[in-house]
Design a protein around this ligand. Structure first.
Ligand code: PMP
Ligand code: GLN
Length: 389
């Protein structure tokens, strides 16, 4: 393996899911739902296979899906995209992000990441021969992780090309406020940077929290690539249908890289996702409400088990601070040790936040649990954690 990829040998999600299987534990680590997406959408995919929709789809994605994506962005976000030139279907959000970085980041260029960051971001920056520079989210008194735009501004150099943001944010569950987004936008405009906005959890926000796409702020449409995915919106993480929307020039660049990564993908799933964006948003709203109940269920359970927790505004993750963990501050060295011992002590798997940091010490007290699971699964996990004492 080339040196620049050596830090990225195994993903924490694969490692922790394997640990869950090996130990027969409840897997609240890797974020994937344990129930299916809307039946109508699944039926469209099955029919597509029966109807022979099994060969390479068009490079940018089937026209019906590109149109459905553009229409959904207009309907739900007020954004206008030309489905022919400003929308590209990808193999998950992962490929959209990788292609954007490979297309726009040259050797030696710097990309600003918000830390903690999703694990694929530093890896693809390294693949491009770039360098990532991290800007930390910091918890406030209530435990919400927020961004101080001054920190972002301080990280810009003359090599900075891109800011890669993620809201709603994995792992913290933070949904950036309009003020935070305005702060990011001001830095991007001032330094003429491209922004890649990973919005895969865009429909998974709770209470009255609204998701604001950064591309809708003044000066941002022309410099933003907005990324989303059917995986999170329609409970089909294994389908790997994602997309990127943005100005034609940037989307063409992303496509240039994308066509040599996978060329195309997911032929029978593309019409199904088009159907879902047009007809299944009621299902999504129900799922979002259910998820909010699951969030409350897990948060209450974790608190009762002795783990301080701050309710996330979005995503399907909640982060605990193990320092207060079951009343014994010195009990665990860090979140990694906690997660490695948890399967044996309690039969539960979680993900240590420190793997999403440059310096593990910065994320050491935090551990992420996923709540996109059946209520009974959440309850059983909570009772096991409570019994651990
Ligand atoms: N971005 C974030 C923040 C994620 O949590 C994930 C994981 N699901 C992805 C991107 C990848 O999405 P996809 O499965 O569509 O590639
Ligand atoms: N996005 C999911 C998570 O954060 C997992 C994705 C993956 O396994 N690569 O848990």
């Amino acid at each position: 393996l080339v040196p620049r990829l050596r830090p990225f040998t195994t993903t924490i999600f694969a490692e922790m899911s394997a640990l869950a299987v090996r130990t027969g534990s409840i897997n609240l680590g890797q974020g994937f739902p344990d129930s299916d997406g809307p039946a109508g959408m699944l039926q469209v995919a099955k029919s597509a296979i029966d109807d022979g929709v099994n060969q390479y789809p068009p490079g940018p994605g089937i026209p019906a899906l590109r149109s459905a994506i553009a229409a959904a962005r207009l309907r739900d976000r007020g954004q206008t995209f030309d489905p022919d030139t400003e929308v590209l279907v990808t193999v998950g959000a992962t490929e959209a992000i990788a292609s954007a970085v490979l297309a726009l980041v040259d050797a030696g260029d710097e990309v600003l990441l918000i830390e903690p960051y999703y694990d694929s971001y530093p890896a693809v920056v390294a693949m491009a021969g770039g360098r990532h520079v991290s800007v930390k989210l910091r918890p406030d008194a209530a435990g919400r992780f927020g961004l101080d735009p001054a920190d972002l501004r301080a990280a810009v150099t003359d090599r900075t090309r891109m800011i890669l943001i993620n809201s709603p944010h994995n792992p913290t569950g933070t949904v950036f406020t309009r003020e935070e987004l305005e702060g990011i936008a001001a830095v991007a405009v001032e330094h003429d940077l491209v922004v890649v906005a990973d919005e895969v959890y865009e429909y998974l926000t709770f209470d009255d929290v609204l998701h604001v796409p950064i591309a809708t702020l003044p000066g941002m449409a022309e410099r933003t690539l907005t990324v989303s995915s059917a995986g999170k919106t329609f409970n089909v993480t294994g389908w790997k249908i994602g997309w990127v929307c943005g100005p034609a020039g940037l989307v063409a660049a992303v496509r240039a890289a994308k066509q040599f990564l996978t060329f195309v993908g997911g032929a029978p799933f593309q019409p199904a996702v088009a159907h879902a964006l047009e007809h299944e948003m009621g299902w999504v709203d129900g799922m979002r409400k259910d998820l909010q109940g699951k969030r409350d269920r897990l948060c209450a359970g974790l608190a009762a088990a002795g783990f301080p927790v701050s309710k996330p505004a979005g995503t399907y993750f909640v982060v605990i601070d193990i320092r207060g963990g079951a009343g014994d501050p010195g009990r665990w060295k860090d979140g990694l040790q906690f997660c490695l011992e948890l399967p044996e002590r309690a039969g539960v798997v979680a993900v240590p936040q420190q793997v999403f940091h440059d310096d593990p010490a910065d994320g050491a007290p935090f551990v992420r649990f996923a709540f996109c699971k059946q209520d009974a699964v959440i309850d059983e996990a909570v009772s096991r954690l409570t019994a651990m004492g």
